[in-house]
Design a protein around this ligand. Structure first.
Ligand code: PAF
Length: 284
């Protein structure tokens, strides 16, 4: 396995692979890999000649009061998992190489970043878009893989790639869940047993709303009321029904929508969502 730590070296390697006519699939991660990440890795391996997995806990997407310092870092076991899966390139740049002291350039994306997580974490998408742009420039992927769990992040990256004519296919794969429904997340590692139990209210609330949508409910206020009721024991950050592409709130379901929720538990802030397509009358 090749572990590359330097952006210049990564670019040289990507140029070499492209010159050989190889397609590159990138899975950007912050490490602490779980089955959700691995579903992206397996797809990247299947659909490209070369899969590159990046591991970088990106400081610019955390506010000073957030969990950058305690974010789980499990580099050795991540590498073992990736080796076992057959990944031959890991890009793990150092913070200094990504953000030298005089770094001043950031990527800002309008509108689509405004509500949901962008509302409660105002610095978040600027950091995500900046680091993903840098990863794309270094790895030069044909395709990049993201999980639907971060539904707004997916919409933001898609918009950035479209608006900046980057010509990269953004592939979104379904949320991977624990058997009881909890969406997999590296932050689940923070949960106390009591919070782990309470956290189930989020997915339950969304699934119940999904059933109502499939049963014909189209009214946003009614659906959000139901979700809030199911999550009443939690400190709710937001519950929003938004257009699945623009991330703008909708009053009634007329096209594909995302129903997204975030809650702040004593040991972790968790997010989850479902996507509903009225044409297929199906929840993803
Ligand atoms: O989803 C994540 O793990 C991160 O936000 C990403 C896309 C790797 C950027 O740091």
């Amino acid at each position: 396995m090749n572990i590359i730590n330097d952006p210049q070296e990564m670019r040289r390697c990507a140029d070499h692979l492209r010159a050989e006519g190889k397609t590159i699939g990138l899975v950007p991660t912050m490490g602490a890999l779980h089955a959700g990440h691995m579903s992206l890795v397996h797809a990247a391996l299947r659909e490209n000649d070369v899969a590159v997995v990046s591991i970088f806990v990106n400081p610019t997407q955390f506010a000073p009061h957030e969990d950058f310092g305690k974010y789980p870092r499990t580099f050795q076991s991540d590498i073992e998992q990736l080796k076992a899966a057959g990944v031959s390139y890991v890009y793990a740049p150092s913070a200094e190489s990504m953000y030298p002291e005089d770094f001043v350039t950031y990527v800002e994306i309008g509108k689509v970043t405004e509500g949901l997580c962008g509302g409660s974490r105002p610095q978040f998408f600027r950091g995500v878009a900046t680091v993903v742009m840098k990863l794309f420039h270094a790895v030069k992927p044909h395709r990049a893989y993201f999980g639907q769990k971060d539904v707004q992040q997916c919409a933001v990256i898609k918009r950035m790639v479209r608006d900046m004519d980057m010509g990269i296919d953004i592939i979104i794969l379904p949320v991977v869940r624990e058997p009881d429904g909890l969406a997999m997340s590296s932050r689940n590692a923070y949960l106390s047993p009591e919070d782990r139990r309470q956290a189930l209210a989020i997915s339950r609330a969304l699934f119940e709303a999904g059933e109502r949508m499939c049963g014909g409910e189209r009214d946003s206020t009614e659906l959000i009321r139901g979700v809030r009721e199911c999550m009443a024991a939690l400190q709710i950050d937001y519950v929003s029904l938004v257009d699945a592409e623009s991330m703008q709130e909708v009053c009634r379901i007329e096209g594909k929508v995302a129903l997204a929720a975030a809650a702040v538990l004593p040991t972790a802030r968790l997010i989850d969502n479902i996507i509903y397509d009225p044409v297929e009358n199906r929840v993803f």
